[in-house]
Design a protein around this ligand. Structure first.
Ligand code: HEM
Length: 521
């Protein structure tokens, strides 16, 4: 009774309903969805003719129909509203109106998520990548950038999407996540090792979403008013700086708050500690492109230092929590093909795969009119699409419904600056493990960082049969014999000191943590 919105001991997440009650002052009249008031005696179904009770019938019908398909990947996440402000003049690179002048602000929606696992999974799984989706609502349509928490992606051939997703999902018979399939996938597809090393290192486990950087990974083409092109990789750099949880912290926090990242983001926004990111791009110009000795469109590899310049664009600030997760986050359809004039889709094969996948996935999840759901509505849209499963909004009213026509229906944009040629690139399937070596030796600097990475690899591989472990060792040896030796030494220690329970009788009641005898950073 006494708990209200000013209760200092309760965090904003836990106070949310009390804040609502405080704002509301008194209840509204309850109705069924058609608007008819609910009579007091309808709220109890006992001793009545059930089918005449529209309130009970509707409640049952609605409850059994309220689930929609989850996202195929990145199912768990949260979102927040905010703004993007241009802090540097980038009109030399792009004519996008979003960036037209310093100081210009645009509304944004950001969704931060966990790549693997179902909606109820923990935010702190050290094996799962994190998602970083940003939507800019612009006068030229929605511009969406979907990124990861690491600057590289697992593979560059879209054929691997299904195989990767399946290999990291629970076993179809046991419904248990199985290290065998994960290790098997990596040894057959060494291209994925670079990103997997990033993900299993401290860089894969940020200290909450506010401390996480975001990397859309692909190389986009920008063009300016004069039709001059540049090739860029965007990135979002957390103003709080990157920081990570140790494996031990992660497992402890998971046991009492698997939603910790969501709580942290929500509370910090309510407490007005607004999370913010610097929006930047690494730039190559067209003449650089011709001289390069690496494939700048390869999402699985980094651009070598010294080959590009970094340009600041602006600042993203999240200053408003959503009111309703289903309406504003679950129904959000971030789509990498949502682009604006001045920004052209990346020419690599992975992106082309994404062009097909997101539309299909979102039609399945949200229906053909997904862009008419409030949260997806662009600032301006005029199409010749009509009808379909709601929402249809006004269904374009009395406007003419076919193109071309003599009735002043909407006409296309003539953009003379947009490059007319289509970039065709050749991508090699050869795997170069040089980046993995660089990651282990140059990105990870201290011994503790290297050991932490190897501990995480061992935790995935510990239950895996020796034959597959040996295959993994062979792959790690190709990267760096020192990495392989550290893996072998660590897994030996784990095998001697860890006894993983197979059935409840194996659990040591006085010391249930099987890893307590090994040092885990
Ligand atoms: C062939 C390659 C890929 C395929 C087929 C694919 C497919 C998908 C699908 C089907 C979804 C769910 C969409 C929805 O239901 O709304 C999704 C979500 C997502 N993907 Fe991809 N993806 C690919 C590559 C990538 C890459 C390269 C990145 C990042 C660099 C990425 C980042 C994300 C993120 C962050 C989400 C969550 C979006 C949200 O917050 O709603 N994906 N992906």
């Amino acid at each position: 009774q006494t708990l209200n919105s000013s209760d200092a001991n309760v965090d904003p997440v836990s106070r949310q309903l009390f804040d609502y009650r405080w704002r509301k002052q008194r209840p509204d009249l309850l109705t069924i969805s058609s608007g008819e008031p609910v009579y007091f005696d309808q709220t109890v179904a006992l001793n009545s003719v059930l089918l005449n009770n529209r309130y009970v019938v509707e409640s049952l019908q609605h409850a059994v129909n309220e689930r929609t398909p989850d996202r195929e990947v990145f199912a768990k996440g949260t979102g927040a509203h905010g703004y993007f402000e241009v802090t540097n003049d980038v009109t030399k690179y792009t004519k996008a109106k979003l960036f037209e002048k310093v100081g210009k602000r645009s509304r944004i929606l950001v969704r931060l998520s966990v790549s693997q696992g179902e909606k109820g999974t923990t935010d702190l799984n050290p094996v799962a990548g994190k998602g970083f989706s940003v939507r800019f609502y612009t006068e030229e349509g929605n511009f969406d950038l979907l990124g990861l928490n690491t600057p590289v992606y697992f593979y560059k051939d879209p054929t691997l999407f299904r195989e990767f997703v399946h290999a990291f999902r629970p076993n179809p018979k046991t419904f248990i996540r199985d290290g065998h399939t994960a290790v098997d996938f990596v040894t057959f597809n060494p291209v994925s090792l670079h990103t997997i090393l990033w993900q299993l290192s401290e860089y894969g486990l940020p200290r909450g979403f506010r401390h996480m950087h975001g990397f859309p990974c692909h190389t986009y083409e920008l063009y300016n008013e004069h039709g001059e092109s540049y090739f860029v990789k965007f990135k979002f750099i957390a103003e709080l700086g990157f920081d990570s949880f140790s494996l031990l912290e992660a497992s402890t926090i998971t046991s009492f708050d698997p939603d910790f990242f969501i709580r942290d983001l929500y509370n910090s926004i309510e407490n007005k500690n607004y999370p913010a990111w610097r929006f930047e791009m690494d730039v190559l110009n067209t003449s650089d492109l011709r001289k390069l000795k690496f494939d700048p469109f390869d999402v699985a590899r980094l651009w070598p230092n010294g080959t590009y310049t970094t340009v600041e664009i602006g600042r993203l600030v999240l200053n408003q929590n959503v009111k309703n997760q289903f309406a504003e986050v679950e129904q959000a359809a971030f789509n990498p093909t949502n682009l604006v004039p001045g920004i052209i889709e990346p020419p690599d094969q992975l992106f082309r795969g994404r062009v097909i996948a997101y539309n299909d996935a979102q039609i399945h999840r949200l229906g053909i009119n997904r862009n008419k759901i409030n949260i997806n509505c662009p600032m301006y849209a005029k199409t010749y699409n009509r009808d379909g499963i709601p929402p249809t909004l006004d269904n374009e009213g009395d406007a003419v419904n076919y193109y071309r026509n003599s009735f002043n229906g909407p006409i296309p944009l003539l953009d003379i600056a947009r490059p007319q040629r289509q970039l065709i690139i050749e991508q090699s399937s050869a795997v170069d493990l040089q980046d993995c070596w660089r990651f282990y030796n140059e990105v990870l600097v201290t011994d503790a960082q290297k050991q932490r990475l190897v501990n995480a690899v061992v935790m995935v591989a510990i239950r895996v049969k020796t034959t597959l472990q040996k295959k993994l060792v062979r792959l790690l040896r190709q990267v760096d014999p020192k990495l392989a030796a550290r893996f072998v030494a660590t897994i030996d220690i784990f095998k001697k000191t860890v006894r993983l329970p197979q059935v409840v009788e194996d659990i040591n009641r006085t010391n249930p943590n099987p890893f307590s005898n090994v040092t885990m950073s």
